[in-house]
Design a protein around this ligand. Structure first.
Ligand code: ATP
Ligand code: MG
Length: 344
């Protein structure tokens, strides 16, 4: 395997469903499914998308592990195997020197959780690990003017949860992790189809269906979605695709209640600033058509989706990593934003 003489810091967004690795300016981050496949024993046989593909072909022989759950290392060995493979993919080859790594973690991650992230990345080949809060990384990557004095809101709608953050003066000033994400929307669709049409579909089928509906507003759903493929042959499914968009909108209610409660807990001035400045939506859930309008209406503040919601966090981390390689100024920003357990 060829060696690379030098590499600057890399950046890593550890998602439950997707992991992204950024290696240098000017190249697109590597995006992979957060999954490791095992056959027999504990040597991984595939990582990333290939792990799921293998499991689809050989379901009885292959076991898939999702080692990251809500930004935490849920299974250490599989997390290390997966990260080592992704880092090599992003760098194209094995680095001669271990790179520094900038990673995003939920703001409420415990000290033990922070150490597990750091240890997994070190075992996967990183030397020093800097962790910054996910919401801050996402707001930097989405181009929110975070350095100004006025507070803005950032909401990351991921697979297993949502992360809500308030940023101002280049820092995260409040944050909350909520255990309600894209997979809960998939479950809402499954339950609805079972109740309304006696249809029993898998979680994976429900996610595919959600992607095809693609909206939380019935007016923005394409009418030629055919649900009959999900039913037994000859069974007529009397559900209109628009109804499913309404199911998705209603399924977001518990999350919206939690976000509203989080905003209510802020100081009066912060609340006022957020009401007038609004904020940004990112994560896969932000791709649902009409979701920003729904959030704006329900929260009473202007929310807009990030241009590339799936990449906001990794682009923000990449920006911090490239600042880090430009040395002095970066060190200053990092001192302010790196979580305590990761202070150099
Ligand atoms: N076009 C889309 N429309 C609706 N939902 C989508 C779309 N694309 C992806 N998603 C959903 O977004 C979620 C994945 O988003 P994302 O990659 O931001 O999560 P993650 O970073 O892996 O998870 P987490 O941050 O919770 O650990 C999945 O639930 C997926 O179904
Ligand atoms: Mg994420």
């Amino acid at each position: 395997m060829p060696f690379q003489l030098w590499t600057g810091p890399i950046a890593i967004d550890l998602g439950t469903a997707n992991t992204r690795v950024w290696a240098r300016n000017g190249t697109a981050p590597v995006r992979e499914a957060s999954a490791v496949a095992y056959a027999r024993g504990n040597r991984p046989v595939a990582v990333g998308r290939e792990a799921w593909e293998l499991a689809q072909r050989q379901a009885e022989r292959v076991r898939v592990v999702q080692p990251i759950q809500r930004g935490q290392v849920a299974e250490f060995g599989p997390a290390v195997a997966m990260l080592r493979a992704f880092i090599r993919r992003a760098l194209d080859r094995r680095p001669l020197f271990s790179p520094h790594a900038v990673v995003a973690v939920p703001a409420e991650l415990s000290g033990v959780g922070q150490r597990a992230v750091r240890d997994a990345l070190r075992a996967a080949g990183a030397s020093r690990v800097y962790a910054i809060p996910k919401s801050l990384a996402a707001s930097l990557g989405a181009g929110l003017p975070v350095d100004g004095p006025e507070s803005r809101l950032v909401i990351d709608l991921g697979y297993s949860g949502a992360e809500v953050g308030v940023v101002s003066m280049g820092m995260l000033t409040a944050a909350r992790s909520i255990a309600y994400g894209g997979r809960d929307l998939d479950e809402a669709l499954r339950r609805f189809l079972w109740r309304a049409a006696g249809l029993s579909i898998s979680s994976a089928e429900a996610e595919q269906l959600k992607l095809r509906i693609g909206a939380v507003d019935p007016a923005q759903v394409s009418n030629n979605i055919d649900l009959s493929a999900l039913a037994a042959p000859g069974v007529n499914v009397r559900v209109h695709p628009g109804e499913l968009a309404t199911v998705l909108a209603e399924a977001l209610e518990p999350l919206l209640d939690e976000i509203q409660w989080t905003i209510e807990q802020l100081g009066a001035q912060q609340r006022e600033e957020i009401r007038s400045n609004g904020g940004i939506l990112c994560g896969g859930g932000a791709l649902l058509r009409g979701v920003a309008e729904l959030f704006s209406r329900r929260l009473g503040l202007p929310m807009v989706p990030a241009d590339d919601p799936l990449s906001a966090t990794i682009l923000g981390l990449g920006a911090v990593a490239s600042e880090l390689s430009a040395a002095p100024a970066a060190a200053r920003r990092l001192e302010r934003i790196v979580l305590p357990g990761f202070q150099p």
